[in-house]
Design a protein around this ligand. Structure first.
Ligand SMILES: Cc1ncc(COP(=O)(O)O)c(C=O)c1O
Length: 444
């Protein structure tokens, strides 16, 4: 399985000389594992707010970046990082006010039971640590994840990240379940199906002599195709893993920090109580930060036995960046903005009423648009690729997701305005008309 929206070497000759030269140098020194986005890769040199600028000075509306969630180069975060870098940057083995203050502010955004936090630098490390803790607490090793989940890159986590593709082997202790597909199942089925599938996976683990340790889901199913509704569909699955003695890990690396609009954390929309929550990406608005927020009893025995140290995780600069992010979300009302502009954008996308747009779904500023070939809901990945690259040519950046690579993934910074949303919808409208008239001309 190739990466969705990846640059293909087949398009190399179509690029101009400067791009070809940079790609060749990059391949020579970075090796073969890296991928680039888009048929015509972007060479970005600057970002400001919702806009990115390429090496030719062209301006792009960024409707995809969820790391620079407050907008690129947010002044409050830049200032916080700059100031603290000039004063002190050590680690968590020295006393420092700011990490404690940041941890207090962060945990206050969670339900009361989730009152402790451990800092890492990446979401992968957070999920790796969550799995170590889950194994310790439950005495099991079994993991249940969704069919196209991505949770990270360490050896342990890659084994439960099926979206890495067929050549990255899943662990023998891993079972995958289909993500709950709200486009192809009714709300009633959705409320019941995911729980049933997780129960079946638990039974299968047990049958193979494997004790379940955890169920882990991205609570908006970003790489599985973006599924947000109906609220509550996660609950039966969480109940199932708890009944089996396992833990529920909510991976909030993508939906967290207010993006889904209604709530600060995606799991809250489903009314479930995770044992651990992993966070990352937008946590430092570009400064590498991640972590696990958990119930004290989950770590009570592991902590004293397995000391925890992460050289860079939770350093004073990270604490300053993280605090500036939380302050900005609050001061600028970004969660509310995500809700309002997200609804406005979804309404705009629905109003396109184009036959290829099968479904518009999501929550806040995490939106999926399913592109289909006909009324049978047949996925149309080729058209999806044309739309993603067509928008890129029109200076709007989005990507795609889902098992058939046919879901437009729209995930702009939380400062996205109605004007930005209108621009996206207008450009998509023109693009769809162009694609249609071309198809008519070719008699397709
Ligand atoms: C849902 C989810 N979890 C975990 C990760 C891993 O985070 P990182 O790339 O910071 O290791 C990602 C990264 O894309 C992710 O999307």
């Amino acid at each position: 399985m190739s990466m969705v929206n990846a640059f293909s070497r087949e398009d190399f000759e179509r690029l101009d000389e400067t791009e070809r030269a940079l790609i060749a140098r990059r391949e020579k020194v970075l090796g073969p594992a890296y991928r680039l986005f888009y048929e015509k890769p972007l060479h970005l040199v600057r970002g400001e707010g919702v806009f990115l600028y390429d090496s030719a000075g062209e301006k792009y509306l960024d409707a995809y970046n969820n790391v620079a969630s407050l907008g690129h180069c947010h002044p409050r975060v830049v200032e916080a990082i700059t100031k603290q870098t000039a004063i002190l940057n050590t680690h968590t083995r020295y006393l420092h006010e700011s990490i404690v203050e940041y941890a207090e502010t962060l945990t206050a955004t969670f339900p009361n039971t989730l009152s402790q936090v451990m800092f890492t630098c990446t979401g992968s490390e957070a999920n790796d640590l969550a799995y170590r803790i889950a194994r310790f607490v439950t005495g099991g090793t079994g993991i249940i994840a969704t069919e196209l989940a991505y949770h990270g890159l360490t050896s342990a986590v890659a084994e439960f990240s099926p979206s890495l593709g067929e050549s990255v082997t899943l662990g023998p202790h891993v079972r995958t379940v289909p993500a709950p597909d709200s486009y192809r199942h009714s709300s009633e089925e959705m409320m019941e199906k995911f729980g049933r599938d997780v129960r079946a996976a638990i039974a299968d683990l047990k049958r193979h002599g494997i004790k379940p340790a955890m169920l882990i889901t991205d609570t908006i199913f970003s790489s599985d195709g973006i599924f947000a509704e109906p609220k509550g569909f996660l609950k039966p699955a969480v109940d199932a893993i708890h009944e089996a003695g396992g833990l529920f890990i909510a991976d909030e690396v993508q939906p967290g920090f207010g993006r889904t609009g209604e709530t600060m954390w995606g799991f809250e929309r489903h009314g479930v109580a995770p044992d651990m929550v992993t966070i990352g990406k937008p946590m430092g608005n570009g400064y590498p930060m991640a972590g696990i927020v958990l119930r004290p009893d989950v770590i009570a025995e592991f902590g004293p036995r397995a000391r925890y140290f992460n050289t860079f995780g939770g350093n004073p600069v990270a604490a300053a960046a993280g605090k500036a992010v939380l302050d900005s979300i609050r001061i600028e009302g970004l969660q509310q903005n995500a809700l309002e502009v997200g609804d406005y954008l979804m309404d705009g996308l629905r109003s396109l009423s184009h036959p290829a747009i099968g479904d518009v779904r999501g929550s806040g500023l995490f939106i999926g648009v399913e592109i289909v070939g006909d009324v049978t809901k047949r996925p149309d990945p080729a058209l999806t690729t044309r739309i993603v690259n067509g928008l890129r040519d029109r200076r709007i950046l989005i990507s795609a997701s889902g098992p058939h690579a046919n879901v437009l993934k729209i995930r702009p910074p939380l400062i996205f305005s109605r004007e930005n949303a209108t621009m996206l919808v207008d450009e998509l409208t023109v693009l769809m008309k162009t694609i249609c008239s071309e198809a008519n001309r070719l008699g397709k």
